[in-house]
Design a protein around this ligand. Structure first.
Ligand code: AMP
Ligand code: MG
Length: 399
């Protein structure tokens, strides 16, 4: 019995959980997911400061035509202690400098004329509060600023650094062992002999693992014999948090993977999924270690990785956005398929004045890798339907 596409993914996600947390240097933390809430220890900005190069004044003096004496200059880094703006005076101030006592607004240079380095003329009336960045207007001390599961982008790193953090608690990256299987395979760099092909899946899946935020471990090639498979699988299961095999799970005579997986103590969760491509996708567990057996065909291997393995890896890293966001796109031509299987249609997504369109990226045969080369998205065509008319909206995601 094959699982539906949706049920297969739910079964996987129900069985995987975030790995343990670890403390790492902020320098290494981009793209990692927070394992602890972050509260601001203090306000940001730390103190009121100027948003412009200009003059700090009293509001009552900020009238067009007024001439004021310049009593001093405050640059970024200056200590404003002892400086006070009394009525009828101005302080020259630079961006980022603390505003001194009595400052009610800042007039930018462009709206003034300096008469003789000691006096300034106001060319434009300004309102109280103009061009001041107030203490705590950005981040309030004591407030929750980042929640668990937030993926750290440069702006989150900026905030953590500004709040004085040098290290951060994040979920550990999963180590993922990748095993290619097949008597026909030779490693990249070797010239394939008659009947042989290059093990391209090993490196392709490693790349996909890395993009998913995890750490690939290449186990090489297992031959289509139980002993060879068993040895490699056991080796992989020793060090990895997740294991992927490719090929050898279909009904072919030499397909031993299924039998050997059971032999090494992997509990079978499902063996087939009603998805095209990717029907011979299997999932099991050895203890808490997820084991995926993906189809051998490179297009099928990468698309099943995308839909089944990547979400598991995101969840193991504590990401709160496990699945890629789905959007609606209009098909630009009729699409026919067999009812009964979800189809992962390789498409070219184009935004046409706010309207997203999906165009088939070419021959959808799984042997055609060039269609995936041209694609930038996948359309998820529901199992039960067999026809989609041009102009119909379907769910898509980027790849
Ligand atoms: P199988 O699942 O063993 O029937 O393999 C399906 C197809 O994928 C066959 O054409 C294999 O030659 C091909 N294939 C299997 N493993 C790999 C691999 N590691 N790299 C590239 N192609 C592969
Ligand atoms: Mg094979």
């Amino acid at each position: 019995m094959a699982e539906t596409f949706e049920h297969a993914r739910n079964l996987i996600l129900a069985k995987v959980a975030p790995l343990e947390a670890e403390k790492i240097d902020l320098f290494e933390a981009v793209d990692r997911c927070l394992a602890a809430e972050i509260y601001a220890p203090y306000d940001l900005p730390l103190w009121d400061n100027s948003a412009m190069d200009g003059y700090a004044l009293r509001a009552a003096d900020a009238l067009e035509g007024t001439v004021l004496p310049i009593i001093t200059t405050l640059a970024a880094g200056a200590n404003p202690a002892g400086v006070e703006i009394k009525p009828g005076t101005a302080v020259r101030i630079l961006t980022g400098a603390p505003t001194p006592a009595g400052c009610e607004l800042v007039i930018p240079y462009e709206e003034t004329a300096e008469l003789d380095n000691q006096q300034v003329k106001i060319l434009k009336t300004q309102v109280s509060g103009a061009h001041i960045r107030y203490q705590g207007e950005d981040i309030r001390g004591g407030s929750l600023v980042l929640g668990v599961g937030v993926m750290l982008r440069p702006i989150e790193i900026n905030l953590l650094a500004a709040l004085g953090q040098t290290h951060v608690m994040v979920y550990r990256r999963p180590k993922v062992a990748i095993l290619s299987t097949g008597d026909e395979l030779v490693e990249p760099g070797m010239i394939p002999g008659p009947g042989q092909i290059v093990n391209s899946n090993g490196l392709a899946l490693s790349a996909a693992v890395r993009q998913a935020g995890a750490v690939p471990i290449l186990l090489g090639i297992a031959r289509d014999q139980p002993a060879s498979l068993k040895a490699k699988l056991s080796e992989g299961l020793k060090n990895a948090d997740l294991l992927i095999t490719s090929a050898g799970v279909s009904a072919g005579d030499r397909d031993f993977v299924r039998e050997v997986l059971t032999d090494v103590g992997i509990e079978q969760i499902f063996w087939k999924v009603d998805v095209k491509p990717g029907r011979p996708t299997a999932f099991g567990l050895r203890g808490t270690t997820p084991v995926f057996s993906l189809p051998g065909n490179p297009v099928s291997a990468l698309l099943t990785f995308e839909e089944f393995v990547r979400p598991a890896l995101r969840k193991m890293q504590g990401d709160k956005q496990i699945l890629r966001p789905l959007r609606l796109a209009r098909l630009t031509s009729d699409i026919r398929k067999k009812a009964g299987r979800t189809n992962l249609l390789r498409v070219i997504l184009v935004d046409q004045q706010g309207q997203l369109t999906a165009t088939s990226a070419g021959d959808q045969n799984t042997g055609i890798t060039s269609t995936l080369l041209h694609a930038n998205g996948l359309a998820i065509l529901p199992a039960e339907k067999d026809f989609f008319a041009a102009g119909e909206q379907v769910e898509v995601h980027d790849i």
